[in-house]
Design a protein around this ligand. Structure first.
Ligand SMILES: C[S@@+](CC[C@H](N)C(=O)[O-])C[C@H]1O[C@@H](n2cnc3c(N)ncnc32)[C@H](O)[C@@H]1O
Length: 233
């Protein structure tokens, strides 16, 4: 085996391709001054002390792939009784949300810059999350890219482990074939997850979910938005 094929063999398939993107000067300042306040560095395989991170034992809602984070900031501000943890890999998005946390004076929202799948699998204690949100994940529409879609049976297994009994997984997408695939995967996990819309159904959009940036883009393109809400048994 050549070095190249070995590397290819060992590299996991990820749900994102990291494009660094340029930071604005405000975002650069955010990483310098605000990351120590609202960001969390994580060494893989270290259990994350959620109560220590937030300074209290309030329930924790995790959002995977928050993009620019405006809708996450809005939800955290509207719901101070919960702690909110956002995980995103895209640096400009993280920088944008750091500035938004400062502007809104939020104390219940913390950020990680990491692969959320890895964090779920190797950092979150069993049954420690109240809710997990996955809004408008990259649809990877080309067939050869479907393997990059983040919602897989493996992810559902990690969510079943991380959510408390009664906790909820909430996904939304504007890509109909992906919505159908998500539904199929989740329905197959009916031993661990109950569809809040009833078997085979999509949920109505909850009023508490603000429009996200990608959702607005989908709406401009005339896409129908689907919400899926499943409760951990
Ligand atoms: C299509 S965007 C949607 C962003 C936002 N939720 C919205 O609706 O505007 C998907 C985001 O998920 C992030 N992402 C994809 N895979 C991820 C992973 N494994 N861990 C953390 N973030 C991820 C991407 O960087 C991207 O910002």
């Amino acid at each position: 085996m050549t070095a190249e094929t070995t590397t290819k063999f060992l590299r996991p398939i990820r749900s994102f391709v990291l494009r660094e993107g340029r930071l604005t000067s405000a975002q650069e300042r955010a990483f310098r001054d605000l990351w120590p306040l609202y960001g969390m560095d994580w060494t893989p395989d270290t259990p994350i002390d959620l109560a220590g991170l937030f300074g209290n034992a309030h329930p924790v809602v995790l959002e995977i792939g928050f993009g620019n984070g405006d809708s996450l900031a809005e939800m955290a501000e509207q719901d101070p009784q919960n702690n909110w943890l956002g995980i995103e890999v895209h640096r400009p998005g993280v920088g944008h949300l750091l500035l938004e946390i400062e502007r809104r004076g939020l104390t219940n929202l913390k950020l990680m810059r990491h692969d959320a799948v890895e964090v779920l699998g190797r950092g979150i204690a069993p049954g420690s999350l109240e809710r997990v949100q996955l809004f408008f994940p990259d649809p990877w529409p080309k067939r050869r890219h479907h393997k990059r879609r983040i919602l897989t049976p493996e992810l559902i297994g990690l969510l079943a482990h991380a959510l408390r009994p009664g906790g909820v997984f909430h996904a939304a997408t504007d890509w109909e074939p992906y919505a159908e695939q998500m539904l199929e995967i989740l329905e197959t996990s009916s031993e661990t997850f109950e569809n809040l819309a009833g078997p085979g159904g999509f949920s109505p959009r909850p009023a508490a979910r603000p429009l996200t940036r990608f959702e607005q883009r989908g709406e401009r393109l005339g896409h129908r938005v689907r919400d899926l809400m499943f409760r951990r048994r």
